[in-house]
Design a protein. Structure first.
Length: 476
């Protein structure tokens, strides 16, 4: 791997078992250096452990062995989320991140832009690329794919076809033909600003799925656009300061290019999304997907290299020593905090997170509601202890059951909840000993149904850290 620094690459999603293969990707630390470790995805024989193939955006032959002393290509897009696929179609489905450095790409290779923020289908037996669909063109926004691709069948033109459903940080729900990657639901390519930083190359258009609601902010047909009137705070003072900051940032709606002017660019949706890790849950009998998403802006400011200097490269952890992420190999470092008030709350009014149900046959939003309370979070990091639904940022998806129940934790409060899939009615909740930024699972044992979740917390979401596996049994 030629990591360069300890912890620069790590495994943060479990391996996928597809047919007789075990397939694993990895997380590569963001915005540290252009020549970051490779985003290679490797497939091993499940019986013998032998390496069968290794896919990388810059390797034309996934089965070619490395020569002595050779490492995988540097800086290629990685796959840090959950890998999926189907043995029947002979496919492995990869949802990729960005090439090394998120917010400046003037020195990216064509292969980097081709496979960044893309759904990539590779051959299960050989690792060869079958098709790729980019959800963002020339991504300079860190709108990488955090949600796993979902393989299912849907009626298309009256015929059941295998499709891939992909949720994105930009709020789009893309539906692609699993055999060739072509959209089977309408996608519009909308004009966006291109006046980015010198030496960079931005796309004049960006794709948006228009057949389904957009889930990047308040659910609607298009991405939510905010203005100074959305500035918010707990007091008149911090609300006024947020409004002043808004006027000092560049904001032209979604896909506003990063800048080094003023306080930088307001990135909304922010780097959390939209839909992120944990992805979407599918109820195939009802043709419904359940998704959770955040509504939280970032402030992205590019810092000229002369002001950044040559700081130490961070690892995959919190990087507390870095006031600015170095983006080594680019003309700029980057500072990209959440857009928070001086009291540590978002500078836009809640809700900051939702759960929603979408009918995949009609494209209709069936219901949506805020997800999460202020019970375990609050101003200046002090929990409010109030179990009032406000909608919090969230991470970790849902699981649905054939009986029409959806289980999800994900929010910044420490609860596992059960909703009625058809209506969104809250049926049940249980207190977790730590944050539930993970996916629940359900299984049957001796005729009784169980729901399990790992309550381990999440440092960046500032939820309680723990190491507990919680298992609940449904009534007999």
């Amino acid at each position: 791997m030629d990591l360069g620094e300890p912890g620069h690459a790590s495994s943060n999603s479990g391996p996928a078992v597809i047919g007789d293969m075990v397939v694993v990707g990895q997380q590569v630390s963001d915005n540290q250096r252009r020549d970051a470790p490779s985003g290679v995805v490797r497939a091993y024989d499940a019986t013998t452990g032998a390496l069968r193939w290794a896919w990388d955006a810059k390797r034309p032959d996934a089965q070619a062995p490395l020569r002595a002393g050779q490492s995988w290509p540097k800086g290629a897009p990685n796959v840090w989320n959950v890998i999926s696929g189907g043995a029947g179609l002979g496919l492995v489905l990869l949802a990729t991140g960005n090439a090394g450095n998120d917010h400046w790409g003037g020195n990216r290779d064509p292969e980097d832009d081709r496979f960044s923020s893309a759904v990539v289908a590779v051959d299960l037996a050989t690792g060869a690329t079958r098709w790729a669909f980019r959800t963002v063109e020339r991504d300079r926004f860190d709108y990488d794919l955090g949600a796993q691709p979902v393989l299912t069948t849907l009626p298309v033109g009256g015929v059941m076809r295998p499709v891939v459903i992909q949720g994105t940080k930009t709020g789009s729900i893309f539906v692609l033909d699993a055999r060739n990657g072509q959209p089977v639901a309408p996608v519009a390519y909308r004009k966006v600003p291109t006046d980015g930083m010198p030496g960079d190359r931005l796309s004049p258009v960006q794709p948006q799925s228009v057949a389904f609601p957009n889930l990047s902010g308040r659910p609607g047909r298009n991405p939510e656009r905010i203005d100074a009137r959305h500035s918010w705070g707990l007091t008149p003072l911090d609300a006024a300061l947020c409004r002043i900051q808004f006027h000092r940032m560049r904001y032209d709606g979604i896909y506003s290019p990063p800048t080094d002017k003023g306080l930088g660019t307001l990135l909304f949706p922010g780097t959390v999304g939209g839909m992120n890790w944990g992805g979407i849950a599918l109820d195939p009998a009802r043709g419904v997907i359940i998704s959770n998403h955040s509504r939280l802006p970032n402030r992205v400011e590019l810092i000229p290299r002369a002001e950044v200097g040559d700081p130490a490269i961070g690892d995959g952890g919190r990087r507390p020593d870095q006031a600015v992420a170095p983006q080594k190999g680019a003309p700029y470092g980057v500072d990209r905090p959440m857009w928070l008030s001086l009291l540590g709350v978002p500078c836009i009014a809640p809700p900051w997170g939702y759960i929603a149900a979408t009918d995949m046959r009609s494209g209709r939003l069936l219901w949506s509601q805020p997800l999460g309370t202020g019970r375990d979070s609050g101003p200046m990091g002090i929990p409010s202890l109030l179990r009032v639904v406000i909608g919090t940022p969230n991470l970790g998806g849902a699981v649905t059951t054939a009986s029409g129940v959806t289980f999800i934790a994900a929010a910044q409060d420490n609860y596992l909840r059960a909703f009625e899939t058809a209506s969104g009615r809250l049926l049940w909740s249980a207190r977790l000993p730590a944050g539930g930024q993970s996916l629940a699972m359900t299984y049957m044992h001796r005729g009784r149904q169980y729901v399990a979740i790992g309550a381990t917390g999440h440092a960046r979401f500032e939820t309680k850290i723990g190491d507990t596996l919680m298992v609940y049994a449904l009534p007999e």
